[in-house]
Design a protein around this ligand. Structure first.
Ligand code: SF4
Length: 334
C-alpha cells in the first residue's frame, strides 16, 4: 500500500451488507484502519441515501444507519482505533457541499455516467441526484483526505472531486489536497448466488454477512454448479462452477486443491462440496455474527462509538469550514 496520511470511505445505509461488500471493501478498510488509526475515517453517508428513491424510507433509515455501523464494527472496524461516524452528525458536509455547488458547472455534473444511468430510470429526477458527487467531494475534502478507497465505478466521481479541489484552490488560494484513488487489485468481483451477475442488493442475489446460517445453507444448496455434473459420477470442471469460486474466497489452498481434484474425477459430489464450503464460510462469518449479536444486545456501544466518531470528525470539519468561510469572504465567519 502506498503512503497515505488520511483516508475517507463512505458506506451507504441502504440495506444489509453482503459478502461481496465484505470481501471487496470492508476487509481492505480494516487493513487501512490498522495502519492509519484515527486518520482512517469511515462515514455512514445517510444524506446520500436520500437521493435513492427506491431505497430511501424515512421510517427505516435510522435502523439501517445503526445496522450499517453494527455490521461494519462486527466485521472488524474498531471504533477505538478508527473514526466511524454518521454523515448527518457532521453538518459541515452539507455546508461545504453548497459552497462547492456554486463553483461547479452543471455540465460537469450532467456528464457523470452514474447520473445518466440513474436519472434515465426515473420519471422525475431530484436535483440531489445531480448534486450527489458534489456532496461526495465535500465528504472527502472537508477532512482534507489524500486517499479514497474506491471501485472502478467511482473513479469518475473522484476525478470530479479533484477538479472541485483544483477549482477552489485556484479561486481562493491553496486549501484542499487532490485526493488519489486507492484501487484494490485484490478485491474480488464476487458473483451472486444466482451465478449470473455480480453480487448486488439491487439484483437480489446476495448472501448477507449477518444472514442466518440455515438461510445461507438453503441458498448454497440451491445454487448452480457446473452443468456438466448431471449425475453424481459425471466429472466436472471447477473453473465453471460458482461454488468453487466461493471456495477460493473462504477455503484454504489444500481444501481448494482437494475439491478441484474431486470435482474433475467425480470423487466428490456437489452436495458434499457445498457442505465443505458452508463450513468454511461459517468459520469466517460465524465470529462476525457472534460479535454482531453482542453489539445488538448492547446498542449503547454502537451509539457511543458513533457519538465519539462524530465528535472527532466534527473537530476536523469545523476547522476546515472556518478556513473556507474566511477564504470565500463571509461576513464575520465563525
Ligand atoms: S463438485 Fe464442487 S466444484 Fe465441482 S461442480 Fe460440484 S459444486 Fe462445483
Amino acid at each position: 500500500m502506498r503512503a497515505m496520511k488520511r483516508v475517507l470511505s463512505g458506506i451507504q445505509p441502504t440495506g444489509a451488507i453482503h459478502i461481496g461488500n465484505y470481501l471487496g471493501a470492508i476487509k481492505q478498510w480494516v487493513e487501512i484502519g490498522e495502519r492509519l488509526g484515527k486518520d482512517a475515517l469511515f462515514c455512514i453517508v445517510d444524506y446520500h441515501a436520500l437521493t435513492n428513491p427506491d431505497a430511501y424510507d424515512p421510517e427505516r433509515l435510522p435502523q439501517r444507519t445503526f445496522e450499517a455501523a453494527l455490521a461494519n464494527m462486527a466485521a472488524g472496524l474498531d471504533p477505538e482505533k478508527i473514526t466511524l461516524f454518521v454523515q448527518s452528525h457532521v453538518p459541515e458536509h452539507t455546508e461545504l457541499s453548497w459552497i462547492f455547488t456554486t463553483q461547479t458547472p452543471v455540465g460537469d455534473l450532467t456528464r457523470m455516467t452514474q447520473y445518466k444511468d440513474k436519472s434515465a430510470k426515473l420519471k422525475s429526477v431530484p436535483a440531489g441526484l445531480l448534486m450527489y458527487p458534489v456532496l461526495q467531494a465535500a465528504d472527502i475534502l472537508i477532512y482534507k483526505a489524500d486517499t479514497v478507497p474506491v471501485g472502478e465505478d467511482q473513479l469518475q466521481h473522484l476525478e470530479l472531486t479533484r477538479e472541485i479541489a483544483r477549482r477552489f484552490n485556484h479561486a481562493f488560494g491553496d486549501t484542499f489536497p487532490e485526493p488519489k484513488a486507492l484501487l484494490n487489485p485484490k478485491a474480488p468481483r464476487v458473483p451472486g448466488i444466482d451465478g449470473a451477475a455480480k453480487m448486488s442488493k439491487s439484483v437480489g442475489n446476495t448472501i448477507e454477512l449477518l444472514e442466518e446460517p440455515k438461510s445461507i445453507w438453503e441458498k448454497l444448496r440451491a445454487a448452480p454448479t457446473d452443468p456438466a455434473r448431471v449425475r453424481r459420477n459425471d466429472p466436472g470442471d471447477p473453473s465453471r462452477c460458482l461454488i468453487f469460486k466461493y471456495h477460493t474466497y473462504f477455503s484454504p489452498p489444500e481444501v481448494q486443491e482437494a475439491v478441484a481434484e474431486g470435482c474433475r474425477t467425480a470423487g466428490i459430489g456437489c452436495v458434499d462440496c457445498k457442505k465443505l464450503l458452508f463450513d468454511r464460510m461459517m468459520e469466517v462469518l460465524g465470529p462476525i455474527q457472534e460479535r454482531a449479536a453482542e453489539l445488538r444486545q448492547n446498542p449503547e456501544v454502537v451509539e457511543a462509538a458513533l457519538e465519539d466518531g462524530a465528535r472527532r470528525a466534527r473537530a476536523i470539519a469545523q476547522e476546515t469550514m472556518h478556513e473556507v468561510r474566511v477564504k470565500i469572504g463571509l461576513y464575520k465567519p465563525y
